[in-house]
Ligand binder design. Structure first.
Ligand code: KG4
Ligand code: ZN
Length: 339
């Protein structure tokens, strides 16, 4: 039988990405044009520059995705684009392109929630995975614990009250002068550091055990850095990175495992850019094993922003009948179905 082919498009932040996925599980192509070099000089994403670069890249990136997959537009069963959340100008490029492409080819167009896309990366990496499961989504913009009750039903159990985990990595890297994005560099440098060198705070909320907070942790690292600089002492960068990372990893692991146990989930998935973090992957692997919980995490290329995950979630939504009309619009603050 002919596979169900979906073209996915992702332009919510600083990656212009397009991918073709078959039957929601098999990646035929996954093209990602990163804008990291463009924004690196500014220490973070500049929204206006991101939108302009998306406009330049969207056509060639989609063409390459189709070529690599060996399909022509007529073969596609649906077009899926990230509808939100994200930078409005950046999202508009992907959404407008998807609508035009769908209209021209008389294909259904589907809007996808970016976080639901991150979760769906796990379906691509693990063909046997089916809901229900618990998913810890940790990225530059989000830190959520989500109960995946069915492929289309996502319930938020906990979330960050301030900074996202990836945002904390980026800000700590910035104060240490390590460049943008900070997560991968801190991850690498932390390998050589002592995670017990500094005791940074691990925040708990008595009334909301699955909520996170990383702002106090980030401030605490910045304070230590400033004190050392004022005293003219050399910065123990590797120890600072390792101790900061340890605090993030312990909190994420403890809350995810606790939520899985208390809410009766036998499977825990990890998703989002921070899911590429080596220490987090190892710690979750160990703690889930101790607690008899199955643990799934996609390879790093499917953790950071990509369009294969959008095509995977788009397939689920298209098959469930969530097809958008030409009124589909970018929603920078889009909420999940039940959020
Ligand atoms: O999912 P993503 O690509 O974009 C968002 O939706 O935000 O995540 C990007 C975030 C950035 O904050 C980046 O620093 C972080 O993920 N990140 C990491 C690692 N790789 C990327 N954080 C920690 N360790 C990593 N290895
Ligand atoms: Zn993301």
């Amino acid at each position: 039988m002919k596979p169900f082919l979906v073209l996915g498009i992702e332009t919510s932040c600083d990656e212009t990405a397009a991918a073709v996925v078959a039957d929601g599980r098999r990646i035929l192509s996954n093209v990602i044009a990163s804008q990291i070099e463009l924004h690196g000089a500014y220490g973070g994403v500049v929204p206006e520059l991101a939108s302009r670069r998306h406009v330049e890249l969207i056509m060639p990136v989609v063409e390459e995705a189709l070529r690599e997959a060996g399909v022509v537009p007529a073969d596609l069963d649906a077009i899926a684009a990230t509808q939100g959340p994200g930078l409005v100008g950046a999202l508009l490029v992907g959404v407008s392109f998807a609508k035009a492409f769908a209209y021209a080819g008389k294909k259904p167009c589907v809007g996808v929630h970016h976080i639901e896309g991150h979760i769906a990366a796990n379906y691509l990496a693990h063909p046997e995975l089916e809901p229900p499961f618990l998913c810890l989504v940790v990225s530059g913009g989000h830190s959520h614990l989500i109960a995946v009750e069915s492929p289309t039903r996502h319930r938020v159990l906990g979330r960050t009250r301030d900074d996202a985990a990836g945002e904390a990595f980026d800000k700590v890297a910035r104060v240490l002068g390590l460049g943008y994005p900070g997560g991968p560099v801190v991850d690498r440098i932390a390998e050589a550091g002592n995670a017990a060198a500094f005791r940074f705070p691990r925040v708990q909320f008595a009334d909301a055990p699955y909520d996170f907070s990383f702002s106090g942790l980030k401030t605490s690292v910045i304070n230590v850095v400033n004190q050392l600089r004022q005293k003219g002492e050399p910065l123990p960068v590797a120890d600072l990175c390792a101790s900061f990372q340890q605090a993030v990893v312990e909190v994420l692991t403890a809350k995810a495992v606790r939520a899985a146990r208390e809410c009766g989930f036998h499977t825990l998935c990890l998703a989002g850019g921070v899911a590429s973090n080596g220490a987090l992957r190892r710690n979750l692997e160990m703690e889930t094993q101790k607690n008899g919980i199955r643990f799934f995490v996609p390879p790093p290329i499917l953790c950071t922003d990509n369009a294969a995950m959008i095509a995977a979630m788009g397939t689920i939504r298209a098959k469930a009948g969530y097809v958008a009309g030409l009124g589909l619009n970018a929603e920078p603050a889009l909420t999940m179905n039940l959020e």
